[in-house]
Design a protein around this ligand. Structure first.
Ligand code: A2P
Length: 269
């Protein structure tokens, strides 16, 4: 698995197994993912599966330091000013003594910046290897950058061929903030798209593999989600081909700023 360095020199594998909505068979799926070669798991308190993730990591027998684990601070905990308590609860559910990356899940109005500043303290205590944000658009990030002492290592946002966020990705890279893509397959909605099917045929790959490759070639960390073992395996088998410049452009041209699920400006979770 290829990795890149975050702005604090922590190493992060470029594909993570996203476990949103993976509930009943979480342990089995994470174990399978680890067996197929994933070394990066992306969970959140709100996914209600941190225990299963932790159990699978322990059962795998893979040394802890070889697996990168992300979890996230949920909105209700931000509203209740419970940043530190919520973090310790996640740590306990995961059964770990540190997490690799802790993210503010959504930019909860009047709360997320203060919560991030508390996460800085946990980072300074060595309980988190890197801290960052999720779902922050530029106008959420700028005020945070004015107040923080530690520039977020990561911003995890919705990116896929119908919401390419090209300019914003450039901005984040200039700020030395790594970009992670959630819903990278457009919630699965783009897997039957004619243009992507055409590209996939040229490379003899699946449409999911083409989209994952498109993310990687744009320098984005990609978090595909699946409950199906064959697909979990398929989604990591993307290191033996490369999309041409023309095909990258063809996929990028699908952008129409479609947001699947909550939009950072209108969410009310
Ligand atoms: P499933 O979990 O049943 O495998 P996204 O990551 O963009 O949110 O997309 C997730 C959706 O895409 C899920 O519905 C998932 O279904 C589906 N999916 C993930 N990987 C693949 C794949 N390789 N082939 C087909 N569908 C996939």
């Amino acid at each position: 698995m290829e990795s890149i360095l975050l702005n604090n020199q922590v190493c992060i594998p470029v594909i993570g197994y996203g476990v949103w909505q993976v509930e009943e068979n979480i342990e089995e799926c994470v174990l399978a993912a680890l067996e197929y070669g994933y070394r990066h798991i992306d969970t959140a308190a709100a996914y209600h599966n941190e225990e299963g993730v932790g159990r699978a990591v322990r059962q795998s027998g893979i040394p802890r330091e070889e697996i990168f684990i992300t979890t996230k601070l949920w909105n209700d905990d931000m509203r209740a000013n419970r940043t530190k308590d919520a973090f310790y609860e996640s740590l306990e559910k995961l059964g770990l003594d540190y997490v690799d990356l802790y993210l503010v899940h959504w930019p909860v109005k009047d709360k997320y910046i203060d919560c991030y500043l508390e996460m800085e303290q946990l980072y300074n205590e060595g309980l988190i290897k890197a801290i960052g944000v999720s779902n922050c658009l530029k106008h959420h990030l700028e005020p945070l950058l004015e107040r923080c002492s530690i520039v977020p290592a990561v911003n995890q946002i919705q990116i896929h061929p119908r919401w390419t966020q090209t300019e914003y990705i450039q901005y984040l890279k200039q700020k030395n903030i790594a970009v992670e893509a959630y819903s990278p397959l457009g919630h699965g909605d783009l897997l039957d798209h004619e243009v992507i099917k055409g590209v996939a045929e040229r490379y003899n790959k699946s449409t999911a593999q083409v989209i994952i490759r498109w993310h990687l070639q744009r320098g984005v960390i990609v978090l595909p989600k699946s409950k199906t073992k064959e697909r979990i395996k398929e989604n990591i088998s993307v290191f033996d081909f490369e999309l041409s410049v023309e095909d990258m452009a063809l996929v990028s041209r699908l952008n129409d700023e479609t947001c699947y699920g909550g939009h950072p400006d209108t969410f009310d979770f």
